[in-house]
Design a protein around this ligand. Structure first.
Ligand code: ZN
Ligand code: ZN
Length: 459
């Protein structure tokens, strides 16, 4: 629909003043086409607008007059009210934008203050080193100064003594006293040269790059928007695991199967893979795979009837995230928090390693609830996002993307798991269940087996 001109001319002429002619047929324009919202002539009505609903202008006019009150009151009560609502929203939006900006600025200020206080601490430590040296050296110098003063007084006394008494003392005593004097004068124990201030300060490089990386950066959420580029029906059931190894290879697991298969996307060839688990992801930095494992002894971990055991693991049950080589050798396991007692996971379901080496695990806590557990690669529990995710991927900026299957949303989180914005909503995805992000392409598999392909706008 074309935008309504806000201040255009309004027609106020009477019918007699001006009867326009049809340029095409050279006839009086005396009809109106309801379908095209156009004035036409009788010939137009028979040709171009043949199957349209048209009326003579007087008929349409009297109809318009009869409905006028209703029409205008609808505009007054409904349409204008709706516009008012939008105007109110716009004011609110401005206010919201300002609040958001203020909160980001205060985050920046807080970070800056933290840096400054850290710098202050470093400066104080350096200063302490300098001052300590000064104190140590000057204490030594004071001591030596005192020694020298004593020495000077002793020498003075001795000189005075020799001047006064040299005539009356024996040769033996004179020689002995002169020997003492020589010794006193030549003794260099109290040299002060070694006590110069010896600690120096040299400033490091002020490289803008490293300062920038400490200060952080701004980013525009608009740049994280995605556009749908493709979609296809993959199967009738829920797409469970989608994991890209490279451009052509995906690791897949069928719903009932315990082990993964390696599938080449070009020739659709499936290969047996000797690693089993709930989910698998390729680690970014160290190589190898991260695999989530659920072991309840009874070989029945997908049994929905046994919820109690699934979500309340007993002491024999294992809820493990395992880092393995491509041949299946275990590199390390993540199972408990730092106290070695509290489990990290109830049902570790999906796993993904972020580019900053953090490990993100979708942890199902009941049939309908879940959370995202964020671990450092050393296994330290960093934070928990309490949404209800079913899958997780991470983008090049270390942001975390999670599905919210029940609310038909895909959310963008900060690297620490803080909500930033909705990436996709109901209009674009219905019950998204699994995701795969390779470079700038996001694949979303939904509950009904539909796969949609989205492209990130930034490149
Ligand atoms: Zn015409
Ligand atoms: Zn028409």
């Amino acid at each position: 629909m074309a935008a309504t001109p806000v201040s255009s001319k309004y027609l106020l002429e009477s019918a007699q003043e001006h009867i326009p002619m049809c340029i095409k047929h050279n006839l009086n324009i005396d009809m109106t086409c309801e379908d095209c919202d156009e004035f036409i002539c009788s010939q137009c009505a028979k040709t171009d607008h043949k199957d349209h609903e048209w009326k003579t202008i007087p008929t349409a006019g009297s109809l318009g007059r009869r409905e006028l009150k209703k029409t205008l009151s609808k505009v007054k009560e409904k349409d204008i009210a709706e516009i008012d609502e939008k105007i109110k929203k716009a004011s609110k939006q401005k206010e919201g934008n300002r609040k958001c900006c203020d909160s980001e600025v205060s985050k920046l200020q807080k970070h800056y203050d933290a840096i400054v206080s850290k710098l202050d601490e470093i400066k104080k430590n350096l200063e302490t080193k300098l001052v300590e040296n000064l104190e140590r050296k000057n204490a030594e110098v004071s001591k030596k100064k005192l020694d020298l003063e004593n020495k000077r007084d002793i020498i003075k006394d001795l000189v005075e003594f020799l001047e006064d008494k040299h005539g009356t003392m024996s040769d033996y005593s004179l020689i002995d006293n002169l020997r003492d004097l020589t010794n006193l004068v030549s003794n260099t124990d109290s040299d002060i040269e070694r006590e110069d201030h010896s600690v120096r300060y040299r400033g490091g490089d002020i490289s803008e790059g490293s300062l920038d990386s400490i200060m952080g950066q701004t980013f525009d959420l608009d740049d994280f928007r995605v556009t749908e580029t493709d979609s296809f029906q993959y199967e009738d059931e829920c797409v469970h695991v989608l994991e890209a190894i490279d451009e052509d290879t995906r690791l897949v697991r069928e719903y009932k199967s315990k082990c993964f298969e390696r599938m080449n996307i070009r020739n659709k060839k499936k290969e047996k893979f000797n690693i089993c688990g709930k989910d698998v992801c390729v680690t970014d930095k160290e190589g190898g795979l991260l695999v989530t494992l659920v072991d309840d002894d009874d070989d029945d971990d997908d049994d929905d009837d046994d919820d109690t055991k699934t979500f309340h693991p007993d002491s024999k049950s294992r809820r493990v995230l395992r880092h393995v080589t491509l041949t299946g050798d275990v590199i390390r396991e993540y199972e408990y928090q730092e106290d070695s007692q509290t489990r990290l996971f109830t049902l570790p379901y999906k796993v993904r390693q972020n580019g900053n080496t953090d490990i993100c695990v979708v942890n199902r806590t009941s049939q309908s609830t879940g959370e995202l557990v964020i671990l450092s690669s050393s296994g330290f529990l960093k934070s928990v996002y309490h949404g209800n995710p079913t899958d997780v991927v991470c983008n090049a900026h270390f942001n975390i993307i999670v599905t919210d299957c029940s609310n038909s949303q895909i959310l963008l989180l900060s690297p620490d798991g803080e909500f930033m914005e909705y990436l996709l909503t109901e209009n674009e995805v219905k019950h998204p269940y699994s995701m795969s992000l390779y470079k700038f392409t996001l694949w979303v598999g939904d509950y009904q087996g539909l796969i949609k392909v989205f492209q990130f706008n930034y490149t």
